[in-house]
Design a protein around this ligand. Structure first.
Ligand SMILES: C[S@@+](CC[C@H](N)C(=O)[O-])C[C@H]1O[C@@H](n2cnc3c(N)ncnc32)[C@H](O)[C@@H]1O
Length: 244
């Protein structure tokens, strides 16, 4: 069941999200669109961190996002993208009008049945649905410990790929795990946590306690202690589906 308060927590941010959240590797877009297509639609597009990778792979790129501040940043960063206000449960696009729908770090916020039906509606027969999520590398103990600070109830992350299993109207034809590394400053790493849903819905005292716990983790690990900048490993899970 989707936590609506947390799903809507992104409504108030745009600039911070764009500044501090990680992007996605080119390989993830290659998996979803191996050959160029006419139209691709990025759903729950946020500020366009994945949408930008669709440019050059699709002649027409459409972004759909419910948060006005997120969509404003996307429109500014990616002026050639057709940016539309809307949701996964009511996609502002005609039936059978796009070859590819991508959903980056967002499918777990959707009403799964309604969104699957809407995505199937806007896709051409045999069209592609790509779901992707960045997640912590389980081999990186300090990053995992920080994920547990932000999401103690669920473990590794709230951005879960667990929702990528059987989808009505689709067959899964590929799952690939892409490994990549990001160089990040300690300050940006800490600020990134301020853009995740559990921080956004917390009160000031809870947020301060979480930041203190994150600092304790960074001060305790050899890879990060006393360093202004460090390497952060990522895994991106890419699930490619065909509309049946
Ligand atoms: C974690 S952000 C991911 C944004 C972007 N795809 C990225 O990877 O940077 C989740 C996004 O899903 C959007 N969202 C939440 N509920 C949604 C819904 N029902 N339909 C479409 N988008 C939704 C949020 O507004 C937010 O922009």
């Amino acid at each position: 069941m989707v936590d609506v308060t947390r799903a809507r927590s992104f409504e108030g941010i745009g600039e911070e999200y764009d500044r501090y959240r990680p992007g996605f590797p080119q390989r993830a877009a290659d998996v979803i669109i191996p050959e160029s297509v006419d139209a691709a639609l990025d759903l729950g597009a946020g500020t366009g961190k994945f949408t930008g990778l669709l440019l050059g792979r699709a002649a027409r790129v459409i972004a759909v996002e419910p948060s006005a501040p997120m969509l404003a940043v996307l429109a500014r960063n990616l002026p050639t993208v057709d940016a539309r206000s809307g949701s996964a449960e009511s996609i502002p696009a005609p039936d059978g009008s796009v070859d590819v729908v991508s959903v980056a770090q967002a499918f777990h916020w959707f009403d799964r049945a309604a969104a699957s039906a809407e995505i199937a509606r806007v896709l051409v027969p045999g069209g592609t649905l790509g779901l992707l999520w960045n997640r912590a590398d389980p081999a990186c103990a300090w990053d995992l410990a920080c994920h547990r600070v932000a999401h103690p109830a669920v473990g590794a992350d709230d951005d879960t790929s667990a929702s990528a299993t059987d989808l009505p109207g689709f067959v899964l034809d590929l799952h690939e795990e892409v490994r990549w590394t990001e160089r990040i400053t300690r300050e940006d790493y800490l600020r990134r946590w301020g853009t995740v849903s559990s921080f956004l819905v917390a009160d000031d005292a809870e947020r301060a306690a979480m930041v203190a716990s994150l600092e304790t983790v960074l001060d305790g690990a050899d890879e990060t202690r006393g360093k202004a900048e460090f390497d952060l490993p990522h895994l991106t899970d890419v699930f490619r589906y065909r509309r049946v």
